[in-house]
Ligand binder design. Structure first.
Ligand code: ASP
Length: 430
């Protein structure tokens, strides 16, 4: 009995997860189009979608807390000399450009317009948009544990950043006792992070079923017209990524007197590896080898800048967050106003620091960005359905954004090496 059960489960678990999610998406779309407005099928499938959304929300805050603390504390203040300050400023500046590009492309192409899902799950709750001063003030939590408990995104991020940076200083303390204690705290959060990603892995095993249910509902209600907006969101992301290369990285190259075409030619191996693995972390060995052997960046620079970049610098993810926030806001019929876009800028910038360099991490950060602008992803809500649509094509989006995350890290390493006059020009020009 147990054996045969294992056999059936093996069939499911042994197959490729990405393929299964894609199959969930395709089957959901096909069956949805066949069974137009099938109220009873929708009633039956709705809880399956709801389970998926609830599972994702269950892991959201623990993942953010652990990964942000680990991310912020991984920058050792002792290494934070001129190179450290320069690279962090560079990463922050390019991420800021990325989120502005993401919002710009989203505002021009308006993915999601025309597919108003509000009729599917009723009118979504009114998104609140506080004023600028309020947004900035609300970032500082008066009770961080209250903020964590209430899933208030920006105050949670703010506290975790303080905590992580303080932890980094304690890890470098002159007192052995403080260092030991800080190492234990760090190991605790690092362990927690690994545990949470184990849970994420399990939740993702359920994704094909959840995506099937959510997509079925969309296509059953809206028919084939849901394809266009999904293609539009993919196109918007890839246009954003192309703009990031041509406007930001090429200008950065020119700024330090380097030929951008050489950079684009040489960055291809890590870029392709990232595209295939969808993980900045897993691409790190290839990035390091390319930086040293093909680009002439010395180990003293890439040894610090690339691992830090793979942890905190996520330009592609930031563009994705901007484009998808606009898509979801459009689909639910509540376009983002200026204050909300500003909140997206701040949240996405900070979220990218906390995005782990593993496949799919950005999709969890998207939950957080949506919450920060008042688009609460609640089970059964229209926002959850729109989010499910994005998740259905996450693999395609993840490939592009991870590539750009890695290209951004490589650009940072080259930029700092050149501006510190440590780039080996002979290797660079070879
Ligand atoms: N997969 C991305 C990376 O490894 C993170 C993300 O999901 O956005 O860089």
């Amino acid at each position: 009995m147990v054996e045969s059960k294992k056999g059936i489960l093996n069939f499911y678990f042994k197959s490729n997860l990405l393929v299964r999610i894609l199959i969930g998406l395709i089957l959901g779309a096909i069956f949805g189009m066949i069974f137009q407005n099938a109220t009873s099928a929708i009633e039956i499938l709705k809880p399956f979608g709801d389970v998926f959304i609830r599972l994702l929300k269950m892991i959201m805050i623990p993942v953010i807390v652990c990964t942000l603390i680990v991310g912020a504390s991984s920058i050792s203040p002792a290494h934070l000399g001129k190179v450290g300050v320069k690279i962090i400023a560079f990463y922050m500046a390019t991420s800021l450009c990325a989120i502005v590009i993401g919002l710009f492309v989203g505002s021009v192409l308006q993915p999601g317009i025309g597919l108003e899902l509000a009729h599917i799950a009723g009118v979504a709750k009114e998104a609140k948009s506080p004023g600028l001063v309020e947004i900035l003030l609300n970032i500082i939590p008066t009770n961080p544990f209250g903020s964590i408990a209430n899933a208030e995104v920006l105050p949670t991020i703010c506290f975790c950043l303080f905590f992580g940076i303080a932890l980094a200083f304690c890890k470098d303390s002159e007192s052995q006792a403080v260092r030991n204690a800080a190492d234990n705290v760090y190991l605790f959060f690092e362990g927690m992070s690994s545990v949470m990603f184990k849970v994420v892995g399990w939740v993702m095993q359920y994704a094909p079923i959840g995506v099937f249910a959510l997509i079925f509902i969309v296509f059953s209600k809206s028919g084939a017209e849901a394809f266009g907006p999904l293609a539009n969101v993919t196109l918007s992301l890839y246009i954003g990524l192309a703009l990031q290369i041509s406007l930001v990285y090429c200008v950065a190259c020119l700024f330090v007197g380097l030929n951008p075409l050489i950079f684009i030619r040489k960055v291809r191996p890590p870029m392709i590896t990232a595209f295939v693995t969808r993980s900045s972390g897993a691409t790190l060995p290839v990035s390091m080898e390319t930086a040293e052997k093909d680009m002439g960046v010395p180990r003293s620079i890439y040894g610090f800048t690339l691992p830090v970049g793979a942890t905190i610098n996520m330009d592609g993810t930031t563009i994705y967050l901007g484009v998808c926030a606009i898509f979801i806001a459009n689909v639910v019929g509540m376009p983002l106003d200026f204050a909300q876009q500003l909140t997206v800028v701040i949240t996405a910038l900070l979220a990218s620091i906390g995005t782990a360099g593993v496949p799919g991490a950005g999709a969890i950060m998207l939950l957080m960005v949506l919450e920060s602008v008042g688009l609460k992803v609640e089970a059964g809500s229209v926002i959850a359905i729109a989010y499910g649509m994005i998740l259905g094509i996450d693999a395609i989006l993840d490939m592009g954004r991870t590539s750009m995350n890695v290209v951004g890290d490589m650009m940072g390493a080259v930029f700092v090496a050149k501006s510190e006059r440590e780039l080996d020009e002979e290797i660079w020009n070879s």
